[in-house]
Design a protein around this ligand. Sequence first.
Ligand SMILES: NC(=O)c1ccc[n+]([C@@H]2O[C@H](COP(=O)([O-])OP(=O)(O)OC[C@H]3O[C@@H](n4cnc5c(N)ncnc54)[C@H](O)[C@@H]3O)[C@@H](O)[C@H]2O)c1
Ligand SMILES: O=C(O)C[C@H](O)C(=O)O
Length: 357
Amino acid sequence: MMQSSSDASQRIARISGHLDPQNLQMEDAGTLRRLDCRAKGGASGFKVAILGAAGGIGQPLAMLMKMNPLVSVLHLYDVVNTPGVTSDISHMDTGAVVRGFLGQQQLEEALIGMELVIIPAGVPRKPGMTRDDLFNINAGIVRTLCEGIAKCCPNAIVNLISNPVNSTVPIAAEVFKRAGTFDPKRLLGVTMLDVVRANTFVAEVLGLDPREVDVPVVGGHAGVTILPLLSQVKPPCSFTPKEVDYLTDRIQNGGTEVVEAKAGAGSATLSMAYAAVKFADACLRGLRGDAGVVECAFVASQVTELPFFASKVRLGRTGVEEIHPLGPLNEYERSGLEKAKKELATSIQKGVSFIRK
Ligand SMILES: NC(=O)c1ccc[n+]([C@@H]2O[C@H](COP(=O)([O-])OP(=O)(O)OC[C@H]3O[C@@H](n4cnc5c(N)ncnc54)[C@H](O)[C@@H]3O)[C@@H](O)[C@H]2O)c1
Ligand SMILES: O=C(O)C[C@H](O)C(=O)O
């Protein structure tokens, strides 16, 4: 027998658990309704939504956020496959209550009340493409999702992963400005993967444990705009010119290295999910009021003459509470900075024009 679309959507709703838990029934269980269960769930902690949760990044990111003790409620939104992902992840015996939301008509429901929204929605690169080649598809996706955020959770912290980050963050800012909700402290482009890679590659060269290494990576998130400040690595160390060239090139092209290795099957997903969770956790610790939470991110900034720039920021109860200056740069880094700014200016303007046109 054919299922009516309302039967189908109710079934999806029940499986994905996106309805209010008070109204949920266990399907066909007969004997016990979820209504009767004693668990309340989501007592303390933050409410987090992932938009693009069924994707290559979204799925491991959802799993890792379900493991994060700072999360009490986890909303998983995508235009495909969220019922399955939600059902699967909701069986993990960790504290966060998971709910799934499928398709544009459930976007607003997914966003209401959220305190942190993480966005890995959008298409990834294939070999031979630049991140900017993703602009035409991803710009529209980011605009729609940010319109939803402006309407349903205007005070949420937004972690934007979708590429090209150098343009999608300005797009998000313009959407929020139009809606009258823009707060530069709450919009952060995620460049954490560049830092994660830099820490790994530098540790490899120096023979150190990557967990002990801290490399500031500033600028943006594409090619020459990714500017590792090797003169500021902690613990303090020195590199030969050959090592500097090797490391700068590898950090700037780490994404392409993965895209080529995946040979058409997408870009970094697992290391990105790890980096996204590391960054989201820092944002949540900041929101909780922890002192001294500092990470690199691409934010509205006055560190250079550009309106957006990635650098170290201190995260707190209101989001980005302080943007650190770049610190002393050597000649190599000063020259890299000029190249980065030139490309960044074009990418930022492209994002702004997409909304203002
Ligand atoms: N910032 C970074 O460091 C970084 C790192 C890796 C990847 N990325 C970017 O992240 C994005 C996602 O990569 P991926 O590998 O997960 O791709 P993917 O194709 O595996 O997953 C993307 C998901 O987004 C969903 N989606 C598409 N349109 C949507 C919409 N309108 N609303 C909600 N969801 C929607 C898709 O259904 C899919 O599930 C890409 O743009 C990629 O370039 C950024
Ligand atoms: O390289 C890509 O396209 C994905 C991402 O930006 C990355 O750095 O891995």
